[in-house]
Design a protein around this ligand. Sequence first.
Ligand SMILES: Cc1ncc(COP(=O)(O)O)c(C=O)c1O
Length: 340
Amino acid sequence: VERIHGGRSPPGTIDLSVPTNPRGPPGWVLDAAARGLRRLTSYPDYQYHEAREALSRLSGARPELIVPLNGAAEALYLLALALRPERIVSVEPTFGDHRLLAQAIGARWRPIVWPPGGDPPVEEYCREASKGRALGLVSNPDNPHGGMVPPGLVEEMARCTSGVLLVDEAFIRLSDHPEWSLQARPPPGAVVAGSLTKELSVPGARAGYLVAPDPRLADMLDAVRQPWNLNSIAAEIIVEAGRDPERYEGFLAGSREMIRILRSEYEGLLSRAGLQVYPSHAPYILARGPENLHECLVRAGFYVRDASGYPGLSRGYVRFSLVPGVAERLAVAVGGCVGA
Ligand SMILES: Cc1ncc(COP(=O)(O)O)c(C=O)c1O
């Protein structure tokens, strides 16, 4: 089975394939991780009381609606197990192995394409998601293209879904519209996922959560997670983050500022080098160039995410994560690949 994700950069290349917070983890996160490490010899509290309280303070959602996750990525699998959908309707291109999951559980997979730079395909989504027992999925912002869906449209999508719509907000608090988050109060029919993994740039720690719209669904999803799905390091990071929500918000606000600056620098250099650059509200950029762009950039020392395998995209599409301090070298490398 081939699962393709970022982060497997060949030795000697600069890794631009993992979208996360370019600011990197603050010191208090590393201190919390060290405390978690010292707890490795005992099981964490499998009900995660403290972590739920912390996530409640960070998201604004009631603790009984929150399920802690081994990264936001776990949300889809818990929903599939709890709801046993007949169809998975995913707005694409987006993160996740939806085709494989649908195959494994005997569900139909209906990808609905949201073209980079275009409007969210709400009507097409609703046509498919209103049939059968559907598990819908939309990422807000989308990854890889960084488009966003205004909350009114997300609500419309949740209303038309015959089962449940998963709104993946892994990047929303690093985006241009953190205020569009529905975590504090998910509308009926929507489960919202969030990621401290992304916000704090600790992908190895796996720290996420979901918020259900009602306690019954939250309990159902909680019942199908394995008892210790959050390891003690991730749990400690979450508890520490929730200790001081103002510190957390300050860190995110500074991160968003850094992302805006880096993104506009990247957009300028990529378009000057001759790539087609799509408008992004997120900490990454989708661009299109010659068919061999990915291979050429790897040879030039930059491992970007080959986006050609996503539904709706094709060869020549690549995604750039925003890494500070490499813009000049990247401009030379892209220029070489486009001119070649
Ligand atoms: C939209 C989206 N959701 C979730 C994830 C994974 O998040 P986590 O590491 O918290 O599982 C990714 C990773 O790239 C992503 O792009």
